[in-house]
Design a protein around this ligand. Structure first.
Ligand code: GLU
Length: 323
């Protein structure tokens, strides 16, 4: 009798884990950015929502810190990541075969939804005398690592301002989470970041001993960029988000949007589940980061240039957001 019970208990123990494993949990990865950016917590917010409904959806999402937008597009296209947070300009370029994807259009790239606005910020040591973009000449400037979204934005702005990043300054290609401390140590004069606000890296840069300021971009340059590239729009950085920065007025710059992308190969069912979960719980989602404050279901359908994934489209039709 005792043996029998023990035997059944053992059998039970053996069975429990195997039942869970056979319950067909699908594992998906979301590529984000540096841990001090907004992409990383964004991936975390999406995955937590979807994982909380594991019994309903059978999906387990995990988040990876990555080099950023360009890396994410390439990894999603190569099948190394299932989803990626990608700047809207990078989505446009990849799908249409320009910039980093010159003559290599990524026709399998699919859009799911847009998330928070991202603006191009140039953070400079106040003691460097950098007040305008032109003052970056001869300086040590982190324009962003290859694979990041900001690198291309920095190069576009510098080019539009008549500066060649390769010859007019010492351009560094460092990852965003390194920028703030290097600026504080005096090893960088300035750094570029394309990011949602407020965010950890810029806060870290502003909170140090070395005084810093954000560089205003002339209206004319912003308009020229927006005219030339359909994905750029004028934007401002509210200085109240960064107590300690030297600027007294909001800073004029330009921006893009963060978007969630995947491949045409991704299952409709999984994309539908993620889309539905975020849209049906948008109020809760918006509590997860201050950069999401401006999100509305409508704004989340703007800034997408790759075709919508069918799984997302199905939800938008059901919800009456699209016909
Ligand atoms: N926009 C940056 C990029 O595409 C990432 C910003 C973030 O991590 O929030 O590389």
């Amino acid at each position: 009798m005792r043996h029998k019970t023990l035997g059944m208990l053992c059998l039970g123990l053996l069975l429990v884990p195997s039942v869970e494993v056979t319950a067909a949990i699908r594992f998906v990865t979301i590529g984000t950015g540096g841990v001090t950016g907004v992409y990383y917590p964004t991936g975390g917010a999406i995955s937590r929502m979807i994982n909380a409904k594991r019994d309903e959806y059978g999906i387990r999402a995990t988040v990876e810190s990555t080099a950023g937008s360009v890396y994410n597009v390439n990894a999603v296209m190569a099948g190394d990541l299932d989803f990626g947070v990608v700047q809207s300009d990078r989505q446009f370029q990849a799908y249409n075969g320009t910039a980093d994807w010159e003559d290599r259009p990524q026709k399998n790239l699919r859009a799911i939804f847009a998330i928070h606005p991202e603006t191009v910020v140039i953070v400079a040591g106040a003691d460097t005398g950098i007040r305008h973009v032109a003052d970056l000449k001869g300086k040590v400037v982190n324009i962003g690592n290859p694979g990041s979204g900001q690198r291309g934005n920095a190069i576009d702005l510098l080019t539009a301002s008549g500066l060649d990043f390769a010859t007019d300054m010492r351009a560094e290609g460092l990852k965003a989470p390194e920028s703030a401390s290097l600026l504080q140590q005096g090893k960088l004069d300035a750094f570029f970041y394309t990011v949602g606000h407020p965010n950890g890296s810029v806060k870290e840069a502003v909170a140090g001993k070395r005084k810093v300021r954000f560089v205003n971009i002339p209206q004319k340059t912003i308009f020229d960029l927006a005219k030339r590239y359909p994905y750029y729009a004028p934007a401002t950085i509210p200085v109240k988000m960064y107590p300690g920065v030297e600027n007294l007025e909001d800073v004029k710059t330009f921006g893009v949007k963060a978007t969630l992308c995947t491949s045409a190969e991704m299952s409709d069912e999984i994309v539908y589940a993620i889309t539905r979960e975020v849209f049906e719980n948008l109020d809760a989602f918006k509590q997860l980061h201050p950069a999401y404050e401006v999100l509305t279901p409508e704004s989340m359908l703007q800034g997408l240039s790759a075709p919508l994934h069918p799984g997302a489209l199905k939800y938008y039709k059901e919800a009456g957001l699209l016909k």
